[in-house]
Design a protein around this ligand. Structure first.
Ligand code: PEP
Ligand code: MN
Length: 360
């Protein structure tokens, strides 16, 4: 993408000496609730106040958001506390109403980013705006969908763009509500190094006891900010009750998070790092050599199976390998999840090589 060098200027303009923090409830519920939380957050490192007002839920019949009336409450937040205000927009009408209400930060939710139709509609409705627009990752782990969303907004001449990493849904069991899949966020950062990236630990975790650690992890990965759901009475919140924390807890967390420097010029750090990186490079090279060797052996097996007319996939053998590797991995302090991921990838590549032999 061209001309993206100014994309993060809006963040620099805040001149913060800490990451950008967006705090506030999942949903605006009542005017009183919205203002109470805002007043509790106003003299802290929170810069932007969030509250969802249009909240269609997965199943109809639950609380679905207060609607446009909440924009008036957010306006009062801005007037009374000086906090910037943020809400989610999911169609052209939301955009129109939010712009009229002078909402400072508009975010596109995960369920919208999955649809290029919706994203384009929003991009058209926001064309040329000087408001900040943040694009959450799509629900599914598809980097291209996320990139496509950003590109649509960028083409609509929206200059103050950023992204929010909120994790990806999974059908498997997991301690997270949405799997972080950090590597996808890192890849996005590599593709758009100038795009501010904010982590939403609330929707990743789905439970408040994981918020601190997920946020710290994001800060360690050099994220530019955090969006944390915060409610004065979390257990009785009308949406996402389990994952909200009180303003008091959020303020304590902001004091306790360790903010890492991007780098340091200190000689001992630089030389130590150089040394360790040289080792990593050598190990990576050996890993590649070994993987190459493994594939050559797999091709040998492919030849053998082909001549004897035996099927490529041998499930029993494969399950034995996996079980053994998980145990071996444990001894080396490698998680089961990692072993499964890496060996499934290796196995798939082996099958591809064997199939190529079968076809030849
Ligand atoms: C939200 O931030 O309130 C929200 C609905 O999040 P997501 O789009 O990430 O599910
Ligand atoms: Mn929520």
């Amino acid at each position: 993408m061209k001309n993206q060098t100014n994309l993060n200027k809006w963040l620099k303009d805040f001149e913060l000496d800490h990451p950008l923090v967006i705090g506030g409830p999942c949903s605006a519920e009542t005017e009183e609730q919205v203002l109470k939380i805002a007043h509790e957050l106003k003299d802290s490192d929170v810069t932007v106040y969030r509250a969802g007002i249009w909240k269609p839920r997965t199943r109809p019949g639950n609380f679905e958001g207060v609607g446009a009336i909440g924009l008036g409450w957010l306006k009062k937040v801005k007037e009374q506390t000086g906090l910037l205000i943020a809400t989610e927009v999911a169609n052209a009408n939301h955009c129109k109403l939010a712009l009229e209400a002078d909402v400072d930060v508009l975010w596109i939710g995960a369920r919208s980013t999955v649809s290029p139709f919706i994203v384009q509609e929003i991009a058209d409705a926001l064309k040329g705006t000087d408001k900040i627009v943040l694009v959450k990752n799509p629900v599914n782990p598809d980097l291209d969908l996320w990139l496509g969303g950003i590109e649509r907004l960028y083409k609509s001449d929206i200059k103050k763009l950023g992204v929010i990493h909120r994790g990806f849904s999974t059908s498997g069991k997991s301690k997270y509500r949405n799997q972080p899949e950090w590597q996808i966020a890192i890849e996005l950062q590599n593709k758009f190094p100038d795009l501010p990236i904010i982590c939403d630990p609330s929707h990743i975790s789905g439970r408040r006891d994981l918020i601190f650690d997920i946020s710290q992890r994001a800060l360690d990965l050099n994220f530019d900010g955090l969006m944390v759901e915060s409610h004065c009475d979390p257990d009785n919140a009308w949406s996402d009750a389990k994952q909200q924390i009180t303003p008091e807890t959020l303020i304590q967390y902001m004091k306790d998070w360790r903010i890492r420097k991007l780098t340091t010029t200190e000689e001992s750090y630089q030389s130590g790092l150089k040394n360790l990186r040289a080792k990593i490079d050598v190990i990576d090279q050996s890993l590649l050599d070994l993987l190459g060797d493994r594939m050559r052996v797999a091709e040998g097996i492919g030849e053998l199976k082909k001549t004897k007319n035996v099927a490529v996939l041998q499930n029993k053998r494969w399950n034995e390998i996996l079980g053994k590797m998980i145990l071996e991995g444990e001894e080396r302090n490698l998680s089961e999840e990692f072993i499964l991921r890496i060996f499934k990838a290796i196995h798939q590549e082996s099958i591809n090589h064997q199939q190529a032999i079968f076809k030849s």
